[in-house]
Design a protein around this ligand. Structure first.
Ligand SMILES: O=C(O)C1=C[C@@H](OP(=O)(O)O)[C@@H](O)[C@H](O)C1
Ligand SMILES: C=C(OP(=O)(O)O)C(=O)O
Length: 401
């Protein structure tokens, strides 16, 4: 279903309750398998969290997690230690193009029995679960932090825990810290010194309730709306000032784009109040999921930007650098990309009634939607948003009706 967005130019006001973070949800769902007295509140309603729950409840041999990267990576580690269970873990066409070799090699070095069903290094994979004892493992941390989080999530269940040593640079670090933060919050002992993470083995935890914070990546679309508006006050909830989610760096990034953020307990009010810079340079190596939002905001504001630290974007739901280039160009942008950066020149106008292709990527649909404050446009396959934020269009409508 394509969705036409009419140009909307009135002030924006409203309150939005955003669903629980998909990243926190999918970590806690894995941890609950090991610690059944862990209670999870405010679990996200994203497709990715639903696929994770279905996979964990499944007794079938073939488990399909569709587009959910976290489910693919975390379940690879989880099924590797599911003693006696044989699982074929598969996903969407795109998932079969998203690399998994670094994680599989690390698990194999710990004794896991995993083979490739189609192409070496990519899903689907066949996993013969067995008892792993843990110990030392070395991993390349520069391609996806999800491989690291996957290992850390099973680490307490391993007899010897885990001593995980990084080789080379580490990408998307806040997501690794989120995993360690959640482990620590349920009582697991973790330590990160220099290039090594230590996780102690743990059989049981005290009764614990984890409350999932709302999704900060989803919050980015409201930051963009406020930045692109003439006048706006939008309150989003439920958020924490000290979040486990690295995308809470939106607060600092969008200050430069004119948006103030004020906490009132668990609600966060966004207002268009500050002067906006006419050029920005952001390194997004710690916050890759908000790159599309920021690029589109800059285009809508008519300002230039240089975004770096984007090497992981090429292996996400689509090649996000190429997707941004093609769709922003259709709207009239002067944009160039490398395999790890994006460069946008200041634009003077925006083309009307352009059909934005989404390439099975929820963030393409959601990142372009705020341009309705500048022009009329059409979003292809609008339901794609359900991967992380099923209520997105309903919430946007509540602000613009
Ligand atoms: O661990 C996580 O929950 C995530 C890590 C990031 O992936 P990379 O580490 O591959 O950049 C991010 O893009 C993804 O949406 C969620
Ligand atoms: C990259 C993303 O998801 P995943 O890697 O978990 O599929 C995302 O949600 O932007």
């Amino acid at each position: 279903m394509n969705l036409k967005l009419e140009h909307y130019s009135k002030p924006l006001n409203g309150n939005i309750q955003i669903t629980g973070s998909k990243s926190e949800s999918n970590r806690l769902l894995i941890l609950k398998q090991f610690f059944s007295n862990l209670t999870i509140e405010n679990l996200g309603n994203s497709d990715d969290a639903n696929y994770m729950q279905k996979a964990l409840a499944s007794e079938e041999e073939v488990v399909d997690i569709s587009h959910a990267g976290t489910a693919m990576r975390f379940l690879t580690a989880y099924f590797a230690v599911a003693d006696g269970r044989e699982t074929v873990l598969t996903g969407s066409k795109r998932m079969k193009e998203r690399p998994i070799k670094i994680l599989v090699d690390a698990l194999r070095s710990l004794g896991a029995n995993i083979s490739y069903e189609l192409n070496e290094g990519y899903p689907p994979i066949r996993i013969q679960g067995n008892k792993l004892s843990g110990g030392k493992v070395v991993i390349d941390g520069g391609v996806s932090s999800q491989y690291v989080s996957a290992l850390l999530l099973i680490a307490p269940s391993l007899e010897n825990g885990l001593e995980l040593k990084f080789e080379g640079k580490i990408t998307s670090v806040p997501y690794i810290k989120m995993t360690l933060g959640l482990l620590a919050s349920i009582g697991v002992k973790v330590k990160w010194t220099d290039s090594t993470i230590f996780v102690q083995p743990q059989k049981e935890i005290e009764d614990t309730t984890a409350i999932v914070e709302s999704d900060w990546s989803s919050a980015s679309y409201y930051y963009s709306l406020v930045a692109l508006s003439e006048e706006a006050t939008i309150t989003i909830s439920s958020y924490k000032e000290h979040s486990l989610q690295g995308d809470s760096s939106l607060i600092q990034f969008y200050k430069e784009l004119g948006v103030t953020s004020t906490f009132n307990e668990t609600s966060l009010t966004l207002k268009k109040e500050l002067p906006c810079k006419n050029h920005i340079e952001f390194d997004l190596v710690s916050a890759p999921d908000i790159a599309q939002t920021i690029a589109v905001t800059c285009f809508g504001l008519g300002i230039s930007c240089d975004l770096t630290g984007l090497h992981t974007l090429k292996i996400k739901e689509t090649d996000r650098l190429e997707a941004l280039k093609s769709e922003l160009t259709k709207l009239g942008a002067d944009i160039s990309v490398t395999n790890k950066s994006l460069h946008l020149k200041a634009s003077t106008g925006i083309n009307k009634d352009v059909l934005i292709k989404t390439f099975d990527d929820h963030r393409m649909a959601m990142a372009f939607a705020p341009l309705l404050l500048k022009t009329s446009l059409e979003i292809e396959d609008a339901n794609v948003v359900s991967k992380s934020y099923p209520d997105f269009w309903k919430d946007i409508e509540s602000l613009t009706k």
